[in-house]
Design a binder for this molecule. Sequence first.
Ligand code: F6P
Length: 374
Amino acid sequence: TKKIGILTSGGDCPGLNAVIRAVVRCATGRGWRVYGIPYGTQGLINLKQGNCNVEDFQLRDHGFDIPGLLHGVDILQFLSGSILGALNKGNPSDPHIAREILDGYRLLELDALIALGGDGSLDIISDLAKQGNWNWIAIPKTIDNDVPFTEQSLGFDTAVDTVTRALYDLTFTAASHDRIMVVQVMGRDAGHLALRAGIAGGADVILVPEQTPQINDNILNGICQKIVQLRQTKRQFALVVMAEGVHNQNGVKEKYIGDTLAQQIQIHGKRLCETNEPDFGYLRTIETRATTLGHIQRSSTPSSMDCLIATAFGCKAVELIAAEQYQQLVIWSQGRADSKPLDQVIPLIKQRHQAHCCPRPVSPDSPWVHIAVP
Ligand code: F6P
């Protein structure tokens, strides 16, 4: 029999609770004990510092239940967020803090720890793994979908649905007012979410950092020309999806970059009107608005795909521990859960962080999408 821990690190995303449920089900089914560590690695530090007890952490395959009726764990996969809490700060790879975390792990007498994290957390986890004799399994979770090797990270599919729905909803107000609606989508430095949801939601222009690192005059021309084309076909409104990772004209990251782009489209359109080019007359009346979708993208009910991936990831993590195959990243590959050694994954993440560059090229080969590139 084994004792294992599970924690959620970094920002939350839909599907975390579904993984927790799968791990509890699979592990307790094998007669193992599962400890849920609150607030990521901070929970282990708190334990070491005597702020809580080992028993406080134990997860069971039943919870807030009335015997014979619905069990708490039965609905867990439908809940967003993390029942364990998540913390997006602190520096666990600092050697002193790493020692406290390792001490917490030892106090729980764990055989292995399952950590759900995005690319930042995975980097930290691999540093921690090197600093002690302990066993980690990592599970990729992020709506940004920027973890190498996995075709999909947990939470991405739900976020795509949320943004797609938002685009659908925004279409009606944009159309009623003949407006150019700029929609700012999360993704940190990556454009996967903006691209996938932009295509699904029928956007007229999609800007992703992989293709458009920053706004410039060529991009603004491209967008204005697209608006002209649409207006020539009597379509007055347009949806412009913009990933938050696209920088401003000075190459600086802005929190509300969508607002900046909306203003610049309007100014640029007016400027083009002042040339003698007759087609630019269509731009005389353009009115723009910006919507920043924000954290709603992380908080919707997990999609069936995310519930499926979560369940497969949780069970795979338990299988890996049963086989004593540690320091692995669970991945989604060709419709099933698989794994990759962390030491193959981490160099790619580190390289990317050092170069401040985006995860991997995105190929928008859809006939409906017009990326405003020069
Ligand atoms: O990495 C996930 C993510 O949601 C990014 O898309 C976004 O830029 C960031 O986290 C927001 O972080 P916070 O919740 O700390 O504001």
